[in-house]
Design a protein around this ligand. Structure first.
Ligand SMILES: C[S@@+](CC[C@H](N)C(=O)[O-])C[C@H]1O[C@@H](n2cnc3c(N)ncnc32)[C@H](O)[C@@H]1O
Length: 216
């Protein structure tokens, strides 16, 4: 991912975006569409403990919260978590807990989860295989993993100077998830992001991969 001129979109970058994040209608619609697809794909119930990794301002998990027991809202950006905490307080939500967490450097929480959801975050995590193994370990046997992210693209989504994964090939990510121990893999397209470029509008499809830790 790295080259001499590359820019990392680190926690400070997302801190600076957090207050305005929910003003973007595309981000809100994306969260709703991914949440809708998760509801269709996974038998959610109110005994489930969930982890939303890279939760941002919670645009994925707020639409899911009535269907779940508890949700740990994890992100490496303190700014994003401040927005989440403000929304939790303003809406009187009792089942969501913000947690500052970067699983690339921090020890994983001791808790085990029935469901891990992560939207548009995997492409920011350098070591995909490592994070998939951590997700596997954080799930209870039978637990579900839901990853929403960009399909493989040419780098034009963020621009060539930005040091992120250029989306994911669905078959390659499925193979990596299987190698990390996941089963029951399904991938579907759930949204598409239209971006204006000098050459015209381009569409960037967003997939949802669902998988299960075997053993329930
Ligand atoms: C593109 S935003 C998506 C936010 C939210 N999931 C959504 O769909 O609106 C990516 C989020 O991942 C977080 N993030 C990036 N790298 C991370 C890491 N290593 N650990 C935890 N969070 C991370 C960022 O702070 C940011 O909130």
């Amino acid at each position: 991912m790295t080259n001499a001129q590359s820019t990392k979109l680190d926690a400070a970058h997302f801190d600076g975006k957090a207050r305005q994040w929910d003003e973007n209608p595309l981000f809100r619609e994306r969260g709703l569409k991914i949440a809708e697809a998760i509801r269709q794909a996974v038998p959610l119930h109110q005994d489930m403990n969930a982890l939303d990794y890279g939760c941002g301002t919670g645009l994925l998990s707020f639409p899911l919260r009535d269907a779940l027991g508890t949700i740990v809202m994890a992100d490496s950006s303190g700014g994003m978590l401040e927005v989440v905490a403000g929304k939790i307080a303003a809406q009187g939500v009792t089942n969501m807990t913000p947690m500052k967490l970067d699983l690339m450097v921090d020890p994983p929480p001791a808790q085990r989860f029935d469901l891990i959801v992560t939207a548009m975050t995997l492409h920011h995590v350098p070591d995909t295989d490592h994070i998939l193994r951590i997700f596997h370990d954080l799930l209870k046997p039978g637990g579900y993993l839901c990853i929403a992210d960009l399909d493989k693209e040419d780098g034009s989504f963020h621009g060539p100077e930005v040091d992120v994964h250029h989306g994911f090939d669905q078959a390659d990510l499925s193979l990596r998830a299987a190698q990390a121990g996941f089963a029951d893999l399904h991938v579907q397209t759930v949204f598409s992001i239209a971006k204006e470029h000098a050459s015209g509008t381009r569409d960037y499809p967003v997939f949802l991969m669902t998988a299960r830790r075997p053993g329930a």
